[in-house]
Design a binder for this molecule. Structure first.
Ligand SMILES: [Zn+2]
Length: 301
């Protein structure tokens, strides 16, 4: 039997766009209710995707502040039930509303964004009972000499909901000086110290970012990719695509272009619908571009 997927969602409560009241999507709703609704939608979408394949998911969720590190209570994995989902929805509402009230007076923190993320990830490791591939050893049917085989389907996943630092903002995120080398490796080292990186390997953990801002993220794309994960734009979950399609596209996307792909160009698309006349009847077709780097891509609407 394959081991159960283990998923932890981590929510950054200190989102600059929430603080500034900037709108994520066109809607009359106020912040943070708009944001809460989007986060809930993404979480349910992801849980739904995994539960369609396997019933015995274990999951957990946590709140943190990307601007200041806070020790959190020890947590454990939950069963995926209607009750735990309802409790999560309640916690999401309460956490964002409460945090919004006090974030105004927050003082400057000494830690860099990278070290807050690093400490938070360490806590995620120590607080949850993750299984390594060898913990999930399963007996083979014939009871061969080895007796057991490594479970290849082990799924340990973390999804961090935050505003992923843009390429331009990374040096201040890590508080690099001019002399410091700004490379994928040096930034990864700032987030994952050696010991933590080793554990990531050991537990084959997949680190994913659900990005709540729109700037270019090529460096974080590479970092997440090296950690079996991806940077996924939260708004892409509003598209009609499934989670696996969105994930696939996000893994391919090397940042976001501002141009149409060659297919869209050759079709010289003015809008996303075309009208064709068939048997003297006008039929309207909705076109969807499935190229993540195309500005017409259906992923980004
Ligand atoms: Zn296109």
């Amino acid at each position: 039997m394959a081991s159960r997927p283990s998923i932890v969602f981590l929510f950054d409560l200190d989102l600059p766009s929430v603080r500034s009241g900037k709108s994520l999507v066109n809607s009359d709703d106020d912040f943070p209710s708009q944001c809460i609704r989007l986060l809930r939608h993404v979480v349910l979408n992801i849980l739904n995707y995994f539960s369609e394949k396997q019933v015995n998911i274990q999951w957990g969720y946590r709140f943190y502040s990307s601007s200041s590190y806070q020790l959190t209570n020890k947590a454990r994995f939950l069963e995926l039930t209607t009750q735990t989902v309802e409790e999560f929805e309640e916690a999401l509402n309460v956490s964002f509303e409460q945090n919004n009230a006090f974030v105004e007076g927050a003082t400057l923190n000494q830690m860099t964004g990278a070290s807050v993320l690093s400490r938070t990830l360490q806590d995620i490791f120590s607080d949850y009972d993750w299984k390594t591939p060898s913990d999930a050893l399963t007996p083979t049917r014939k009871g061969k000499k080895a007796g057991k085989q490594l479970d290849q389907s082990l799924q340990n996943l973390v999804f961090i909901f935050t505003e992923v630092p843009s390429d331009e903002a990374i040096s201040s995120f890590c508080r690099f000086t001019v002399q410091d080398e700004q490379s994928v490796k040096s930034i990864t080292d700032a987030i994952l110290p050696k010991e933590l990186a080793k554990r990531f390997q050991e537990f084959q953990l997949s680190l994913n970012f659900i990005d709540l801002s729109n700037d270019k993220k090529t460096i974080f794309h590479k970092i997440a990719g090296n950690l079996r994960g991806a940077v996924i734009n939260a708004l892409s979950f509003i598209s009609p695509f499934s989670f696996s399609q969105i994930l696939q596209a996000s893994c391919l996307a090397e940042g976001y272009s501002k141009e149409m792909c060659s297919s869209c160009q050759s079709l010289s698309l003015g809008s996303k619908t075309v009208v064709l006349v068939l048997n003297e009847q006008e039929i309207e077709f909705q076109l969807q571009c499935w190229n993540p780097s195309c500005i017409k891509s259906s992923l980004w609407y």
